[in-house]
Design a protein. Structure first.
Ligand code: PHE
Ligand code: ZN
Length: 889
């Protein structure tokens, strides 16, 4: 047995912190400064004596020198008790301790290092390192949280075999978990017990996890492709086990899919997931012991929406897939974050496409990409998929690294083809297993698989910004022998710190479409220069071009398609994505024109295109060959963010009103279709979270919300009826939101009964706060301030704060953007309040201001004032970095 003696009870706390130079501007970390760690750390052992107020951690590290220099370990907010080398206690003069490091100048070439530290998990509000959530211990170490647990080389390229002993009070913490396999457990004196865990796979410390507390457990198992039976365990708060059933089902499907699609088998003897209520992000892929924000794990018909189910499925898959893309092969340094995140997002998107339908999944992913990543890539926070410097790496868990990173992998696949892509992945898993790799090493595997020169493709990793792709059809003389010509040209606007842009390699999938369908096979043009011209055969019939089918590159298309072209594509494009996209392009044009008209105080002229547009929408709605989820998406407008970006600089309220105007127009034009579809979708039978049932509910919800945009009295009664009859949360919250948009007496009482019904269910209470945050309260910001003062508002819980403050900033256009500045001021106050507790969450919230330069001049000034105010308060490094970058040099 590997048990460490607790010989530290009597030793004094020896921490002597050297003074920090406080006024120096924080120094960024740079990719070009990368140097390997100068020791090999083959084995790490940790002995945790858990106590909420004073936990003691004793480590035993086996170190072998690989390069000269002192031993420098990272550490933050921990008390150093003692340091021993090969069992001998070091004198205080033998090492130096700063705010962030423990430095040993003189150490042997090979030795065993023992470090004893103490920390206070109950006081840890950052939710990084070891903390307490709902009376249970848990950890979050990515990216740099392990240094808040003990002194250690907290960097992803130091990989070590971990053995962990946990010792805790048995009654309060009956379950003791860490990574890998449990090799021993038992009782010890004083009502305590212990467990020893060993993880045979060397890993960086950001993948370490420890959990202790009282849990209920949901058990299942999975038989791998090689016939190994893997116990699967999901740990949740007592009473919540039934709500983990969908996550468990998703996990089993993910495991099977990864074997099928990528040949990847699970490696450890067991797989565990733990749900916690206080969590900075969505979920974490700790080796063999994933930790989830409970909002992405727990669901049942009554308390979770279809969107919740969908996210649970994709995040469970995402974290599981990290076992190969992230854990078995990890990152050399944090600049390579997209290596694991972009690839893993791509893998979870492919999984969801397989489980729920490729077209619908692609549309949803592109919608999210445009709303979040395009906004980021075209604003002050734009950065390359592989950045070159950062102040706080927590600030780089962004849509660009995740979603654009995934688009780059998708382009590789589109460009090289399915078989070569898979071959490249196999080479990657084979060649780099057990290493901490770089993007270059990853790309080299695809070079090996394809024989292609990958150099031009690498530009996507270095260059920030969204390319604009302009498409022009050229008229050619009417001769059957002369072909027709289409030209593509690309341009990427400057981004902060990158004024000049090089051409990117852009795979463009395209096809000519006539009134009876396609006139040719889909073509793949791989553009590598600024402009490129392609010819195609002449057709004797009118036709349109379907460009960037499947959204073949993360670019903004500027097409010369006419309304007639777009209507033709809406009806005939065999590529479902572009069929949907044609309607979106038309809607976007209408919305931009309308928003501009509203801003200048004129009412939009009835657009002659509307009639044909409604005709095409109606046809889709009545066509039984499309699934309901697709129809729901066809009836969904482009996001306000897309319109804002296309029309900038603009009054955001005009954008929102344009959305209302178009919804009203669609509802007027399609009233009967919408009513009939609503009625047809209404009785969907007993609840099932599957894609088809969710699609029915999505379509029903879209119809209701469009009818409500018309202030149709019928819509109000349908919504009220739906709220009374609802047996699942999708219908219930959909009705509540519709009622809240319609206003009137029923709203207050419905809100109140919703609160009373659900106040004991934290995840539903989050929904309550976000619906409230997005309402157009008559007394403006005061209503939001009152909500923040209600006893059930928990300002230290990230989910609750994101629901209220994030919901307000992202979802309440009218109040957030009030010209008296009250919305911005309230928001900035909340960010600063959070910054005092949890800088990482505060900095992410602050991202809501990233659109400020797209707004009208008055609002730009108001937000600039708030950013300056935030910077003047000397906030955390996290918030400072975001505020300064947003503000611009
Ligand atoms: N690595 C996690 C994921 O994508 C995200 C995460 C980052 C979670 C940092 C917590 C902290 O899957
Ligand atoms: Zn991830």
């Amino acid at each position: 047995a590997i048990i460490f003696a607790h010989n530290i009870a009597a030793s004094p706390i020896l921490t002597h912190i050297l003074p920090m130079k406080t006024d120096a501007a924080p120094k960024p970390t740079r990719l070009e400064d990368y140097t390997p760690f100068n020791f090999d750390l083959s084995e790490s052992r940790f002995d945790f004596r858990l106590d909420p107020r004073q936990t003691t951690v004793r480590s035993l590290l086996s170190l072998t020198r690989t390069a000269p220099g002192p031993l420098v370990l990272d550490g933050e907010n921990i008390d150093l008790v003692s340091v021993e080398i090969d069992g001998r206690l070091l004198k205080r003069t033998a090492y130096r301790v700063t705010q962030t490091q423990l430095i040993l100048d003189d150490v042997p070439d090979q030795f065993a290092l023992n470090i004893t530290t103490r920390c206070d998990p109950s006081a840890n509000t950052t939710l990084m390192g070891l903390y307490v959530s709902g009376g249970r211990f848990c950890t979050q170490c990515e990216a740099e949280g392990f240094r808040r647990i003990t002194y250690y080389p907290d960097r992803p390229d130091v990989m070590s075999e971990f053995t962990v002993l946990i010792d805790a009070d048995k009654a309060a913490y009956p379950t003791l978990l860490a990574n890998g396999n449990m090799i021993e457990a038992g009782d010890i004196d004083g009502g305590r017990h212990y467990a020893i865990w060993h993880d045979p796979f060397p890993k960086p410390c950001y993948l370490f996890a420890l959990v202790a507390g009282e849990f209920d457990r949901l058990d299942d198992s999975f038989i791998t492709m090689n016939g190994r039976t893997i116990p699967l365990e999901i740990y949740v708060d007592p009473g919540d086990a039934p709500k983990a059933a969908y996550a468990m089902d998703s996990l089993k499907r993910s495991m099977a899919w990864d074997e099928r699609a990528f040949g990847r088998e699970y490696d450890l003897d067991r797989f565990m997931i733990v749900a916690v209520r206080d969590f900075n992000f969505g979920a974490m892929e700790n080796k063999g012991l994933n930790i989830f924000n409970s909002s992405l794990l727990l669901a049942d018909a009554q308390t979770a929406t279809d969107l919740n189910f969908e996210r649970i499925e994709s995040v469970v898959a995402h974290e599981y897939f990290h076992n190969w893309t992230g854990n078995r092969i990890t990152c050399r340094d944090w600049f390579q974050l997209c290596l694991k995140e972009g690839f893993t997002v791509f893998r979870d998107q492919e999984f969801s496409a397989d489980q729920r339908g490729a077209a619908v999944q692609r549309i949803k992913d592109v919608r999210a990409l445009r709303a979040r990543q395009f906004a980021e890539d075209n604003g002050p926070l734009a950065h390359p998929v592989r950045p070159t410097e950062y102040l706080k790496i927590d600030n780089f868990y962004t849509a660009t690294i995740y979603e654009k990173g995934a688009e780059l992998i998708r382009m590789l696949k589109t460009w090289l083809g399915d078989a070569t892509f898979r071959k490249g992945c196999d080479i990657y898993f084979d060649r780099l297993d057990g290493t901490a790799a770089t993007v270059e090493q990853f790309i080299a595997c695809f070079e090996a698989a394809s024989g292609e020169d990958m150099h031009p493709f690498m530009q996507w990793y270095h260059q920030a910004g969204t390319p604009r792709l302009t498409v022009e059809r050229h008229q050619t003389p009417t001769s059957p022998v002369i072909s027709q010509v289409v030209s593509f040209s690309q341009m990427t606007p400057p981004t902060p710190g990158q004024a000049d842009k090089a051409p990117l390699m852009i795979p463009i999938r395209w096809q000519a479409i006539g009134d009876d369908g396609p006139l040719m096979d889909p073509q793949l043009t791989v553009m590598t220069t600024d402009t490129q011209t392609v010819s195609y055969p002449r057709f004797d019939v009118p036709h349109s071009l379907s460009i960037m089918q499947g959204f073949s590159a993360p670019a903004i298309l500027r097409s010369d398609a006419t309304t007639e072209d777009l209507i033709r594509l809406m009806g005939q494009d065999p590529d479902a994505f572009n069929r949907w996209e044609a309607g979106q392009t038309l809607a976007r044009r209408l919305l931009v024109d309308c928003a501009r008209a509203l801003e200048s105080g004129t009412m939009p002229e009835p657009d002659p295109a509307l009639g044909a547009f409604f005709g095409a929408l109606g046809k889709t709605l009545r066509d039984d060959s499309f699934d309901d989820a697709f129809k729901a998406l066809v009836l969904t407008q482009p996001t306000g963010m897309e319109v804002l970006m296309a029309a900038a600089p603009i009054d955001p309220i005009a954008v929102s009103e344009a959305g209302d105007w178009l919804a009203r127009a669609v509802a007027d034009g399609l009233r009967n279709d919408l009513l009939q579809t609503y009625a047809a979708m209404k009785d969907s039978g007993p609840f099932s979270p599957d894609a088809a049932s969710a699609g029915r509910r999505a379509l029903k919800g879209r119809c209701l919300s469009l009818l409500a945009a018309r202030f149709d009295p019928l819509a109000a009664s349908l919504a009220a009826q739906q709220l009374d009859d609802a047996t699942n949360m999708t219908d219930e919250i959909g009705a509540l939101i519709t009622l809240s948009r319609l206003g009137g007496q029923r709203v207050e009482s419905s809100m109140e009964s919703f609160f009373e019904k659900w106040k004991d269910q934290p995840l539903v209470l989050d929904k309550y706060y976000s619906v409230q945050a997005m309402r157009h309260h008559a007394d403006g910001i005061h209503a939001i301030i009152r909500l923040a003062e209600t006893p059930t508002y928990e300002r230290s819980n990230p989910n609750r704060v994101r629901a209220l403050v994030g919901g307000f900033a992202m979802g309440n256009v009218r109040l957030f953007h009030r010209l008296d500045g009250s919305g911005y001021r309230f928001f900035a106050d909340q960010v600063l309040d959070m910054d005092g507790r949890n800088p990482s969450v505060a900095a992410r919230l602050l991202g809501a201001f990233e659109i400020w330069r797209k707004l009208d001049a008055k609002r730009q000034q108001l937000i600039r004032d708030q950013l300056d105010r935030i910077i003047a308060t000397r906030p955390s490094k996290n918030v400072l970095e975001i505020a300064q970058r947003m503000r611009g040099a």
